[in-house]
Design a binder for this molecule. Structure first.
Ligand SMILES: CC(=O)SCCNC(=O)CCNC(=O)[C@H](O)C(C)(C)COP(=O)(O)OP(=O)(O)OC[C@H]1O[C@@H](n2cnc3c(N)ncnc32)[C@H](O)[C@@H]1OP(=O)(O)O
Ligand SMILES: CC(=O)C(=O)O
Length: 544
C-alpha cells in the first residue's frame, strides 16, 4: 500500500465496540482478544477495542493489550465527551480511557441540537465546551484523537450551522480525524454525497482555522444502505471507513466491512488492505461469526456460502462456459468459492458439474445424463431435496450408472419404543437383519430414541466387516413435515448429517412414515461413509 496516496483509505474496525452492541451478541475478553489479533493480522490499521470505563471486560481487554500489544494495528479506546458542567480531567470515564494506554482515542460527541437539548439536557454552548475540553485534555495527555460526530447527518439537516460548529470545535481542539456518523441509519446515498461534499468544501474554504483534518464515515444499516452510504461518502472525499465484520452492530447493524473492502478495493481501486490480504476476507467473516457464536449468514454478499452458488440450470450452463456470465467478481479473490447446487431447478449442466466433483465421468451425450436429471426432478417432486444432501445424489447417480458399490443389503428392521406415562426419558430397541458378502447378520441395540437405536444396531451388525464404521458418527438430524394439512398421512423428509472426524456428508430420506424416512437417510449415511473410505484407500494405493 502506498502511504498517503489519494486513493488510500483507513479502515477502522468497530466490531469489538459497536459490533457488540448487536442484540444477541456477547463476547468474553478472551473472544475480543482473539478477534483483535485476527484483525491485526489482516492489516486493519485501526481497531476500536471497546469503551474502557463502561464495563470490566473492556478494562481487562485493554490491560491485556498493554501486556501483549498488537503487531501493527492501532488499538483505539472509545468514550463520550465529559459530562455537562464537569471538568474533563476529573471525569472517571476520561481517566479510564487514559488508563487503557492507547495512542489513539475516539471521542463521540453530539452534532444535533435536538440531541443536545433533549438527550443531554444541556445548552448548545455547553456541548461545544464539552467537545473542546475533552479533546484539549486528551491532547494534553499525549493522545491522538478521532472525533465521532454522532447523528451528524440528522444534525446537519436540522441545523447545519450548529452541526458545522461542533466539527469546527473538535478540529480546533486537535482532532486529527472527524467521522461523520449516520447514527440513526436513516440517510440515503444521495444525501450522504451532498452533505459530505458540503463538509469537504467547508474544509477546503478553510472555514476551520486549523490544520485540515481527515474525514471519516460511520454508517448504520437501518435503511439497508450502510454499505452504499459509506461508498458514497468515500467517493465524495471521506478517507476513514468505519464498519464491522459481518455488519454486526446496534439495531440493524453497521456498514459491513466484508462487503465494503472488496467493493472499495477490487471495484473502485481504493487501497484498503494489502492485495495479498483481501483473499482472507471470507475466512475472517467465518472466524468472527464462530467466535461470537452467531450462525454465519449463508447469503451474505461476497463471503456467504451461497454468494457464488449457482442453482438455476441456465446459470450453471453459462457459468460452466464462462463464470463472468453470472459472477460479479472471481470468488477466489476474496477467499470464497463457486458451488453448483443440485435441485429440481437443475439442467444437464448441473448434473455434469456435480459428476465432475464426484469424480464420475459423464458427458451430455450419454443417455444416462438425461435419465439422472429426470429422476432427480421426480424425486424432488416427491419431497426429496438434494441440494442439502449431495451424498444421496451421488449414490443416486452411481446407481443410475451401475457403479453403486453393494457394501451391504438390509433385509429388514424392527423398532420398538417404550414411552412410560409421566416419565421424561424414552428408550427404544432396534433389530436389524443385514447381509454382507453373502452372510446374514441379525443384531439388536438400544438407544434413547428409535433413530439412535436403529443407527446403533446397524453399526453393530456392520462393524466386524467394516471396522472404519466405529469412527462414523451421526452429527445432525433434521425433520420436516412436507404436507402438514394431510395430518398423519403427511410426508416426512429427514436429513441426516454424518461424519468421520475429518469429513461430513448429508443424506436424505422421504416417507409418510418418519421411521422409514430416517432409516433411509441413516442407511445411505453409512453407505456413503464406506464409499468415502474405499475411495481414500484406492487413492492411497494409486499414489504408493
Ligand atoms: C452512538 C453510539 O453508539 S455511542 C456508544 C453507545 N454505547 C453504549 O452506550 C454502551 C456502553 N454504555 C454504558 O455502559 C453506559 O451507558 C455508560 C457507562 C456509558 C453510562 O451509563 P450511565 O451513567 O448509567 O448512564 P445512562 O446509560 O443511563 O445514560 C447515558 C448518560 O450519558 C449522557 N451522555 C450521552 N451522550 C453523551 C456525550 N456525548 N457526552 C457526555 N455525556 C453523554 C446522557 O446524558 C446520560 O447522562 P445522565 O443520565 O446523567 O443525563
Ligand atoms: C459513534 C456511533 O457509534 C454512532 O454514532 O453510531
Amino acid at each position: 500500500m502506498t502511504a498517503n496516496s489519494s486513493s488510500q483509505l483507513w479502515i477502522y474496525d468497530t466490531t469489538l465496540r459497536d459490533g457488540t452492541q448487536r442484540e444477541g451478541l456477547s463476547v468474553s475478553t478472551e473472544d475480543k482478544l482473539r478477534i483483535a489479533r485476527r484483525l491485526d493480522q489482516l492489516g486493519i490499521p485501526f481497531i476500536e477495542g471497546g469503551w474502557p470505563g463502561a464495563n470490566p471486560k473492556d478494562v481487562q481487554f485493554f490491560w491485556h493489550l498493554q501486556e501483549e500489544p498488537l503487531s501493527q494495528a492501532e488499538i483505539v479506546a472509545f468514550c463520550f465527551t465529559r459530562r455537562p458542567n464537569k471538568i474533563a480531567s476529573e471525569d472517571p470515564m476520561i481517566q479510564a480511557i487514559l488508563a487503557a494506554g492507547t495512542r489513539w482515542v475516539t471521542i463521540v460527541g453530539k452534532s444535533w441540537d435536538l440531541q443536545v437539548t433533549e438527550g443531554l439536557k444541556t445548552t448548545l454552548a455547553e456541548n461545544l465546551a464539552m467537545i473542546q475540553d475533552t479533546i484539549d485534555y486528551l491532547r494534553s495527555q499525549g493522545r491522538r484523537v478521532i472525533y465521532d460526530a454522532e447523528h451528524w447527518f440528522d444534525g446537519y439537516k436540522h441545523n447545519r450551522d450548529y452541526a458545522l460548529q461542533t466539527l469546527e470545535t473538535a478540529i480546533a481542539s486537535g482532532a486529527e480525524w472527524v467521522t461523520l456518523c449516520d447514527t440513526n441509519g436513516g440517510a440515503l446515498p444521495h444525501e450522504i454525497t451532498g452533505i459530505v461534499r458540503d463538509v469537504m468544501q467547508a474544509i477546503g474554504q478553510n472555514r476551520f482555522q486549523s490544520p485540515i483534518p481527515k474525514l471519516g464515515i460511520h454508517a448504520h444499516n437501518d435503511s439497508d444502505t450502510a454499505v452504499a452510504n459509506t461508498i458514497a461518502a468515500v467517493m465524495a472525499g471521506a478517507r476513514m471507513v468505519q464498519g464491522t465484520i459481518n455488519g454486526y452492530g446496534e439495531r440493524c447493524g453497521n456498514a459491513n466491512l466484508c462487503s465494503l473492502i472488496p467493493n472499495l478495493q477490487l471495484k473502485l481501486g481504493y487501497e484498503c488492505l494489502e492485495d495479498s490480504k483481501i483473499s482472507h476476507i471470507t475466512e475472517i467473516s467465518r472466524f468472527v461469526s464462530e467466535v461470537v457464536n452467531l450462525a454465519p449468514d449463508e447469503h451474505a454478499p461476497f463471503v456467504g456460502r451461497s454468494a457464488f452458488a449457482h442453482k438455476g440450470g441456465l446459470h450453471v450452463s453459462a457459468v460452466e462456459r464462462n463464470p463472468l456470465t453470472y459472477e460479479h467478481i472471481e470468488p477466489e479473490k476474496i477467499g470464497n468459492r463457486r458451488r453448483i447446487v443440485i435441485s429440481e431447478q437443475a439442467g444437464v449442466s448441473n448434473v455434469l458439474a456435480k459428476a465432475r466433483t464426484f469424480g464420475i465421468e459423464l458427458d451430455k451425450h450419454n443417455p444416462k445424463t438425461g435419465q439422472i436429471l429426470q429422476r432427480l426432478k421426480i424425486l424432488e417432486q416427491e419431497g426429496y431435496q438434494f441440494e442439502a444432501a449431495e451424498a444421496s445424489f451421488e449414490l443416486l447417480m452411481r446407481e443410475a450408472l451401475g457403479n453403486r458399490q453393494p457394501f451391504f443389503e438390509i433385509k429388514g428392521f424392527q423398532v420398538h419404543c417404550d414411552l412410560v406415562q409421566g416419565e421424561e426419558t424414552t428408550s427404544a430397541l432396534a433389530t436389524v437383519k443385514v447381509a454382507v458378502s453373502g452372510r446374514d447378520i441379525l443384531e439388536a441395540a438400544e438407544g434413547n430414541g428409535p433413530v439412535a437405536a436403529l443407527d446403533a444396531a446397524l453399526r453393530k451388525a456392520l462393524v466386524n466387516f467394516y471396522p472404519q464404521i466405529a469412527e462414523f458418527e451421526l452429527t445432525d438430524y433434521k425433520v420436516r413435515i412436507l404436507n402438514g394439512h394431510t395430518g398423519t398421512a403427511a410426508k416426512t423428509r429427514v436429513l441426516v448429517e454424518s461424519g468421520n472426524g475429518h469429513q461430513r456428508w448429508t443424506t436424505v430420506g422421504v416417507s409418510t412414515n418418519i421411521l422409514a424416512a430416517s432409516y433411509q437417510a441413516v442407511v445411505e449415511g453409512l453407505e456413503y461413509g464406506l464409499l468415502l473410505h474405499s475411495q481414500a484407500e484406492m487413492a492411497l494405493i494409486a499414489n504408493s
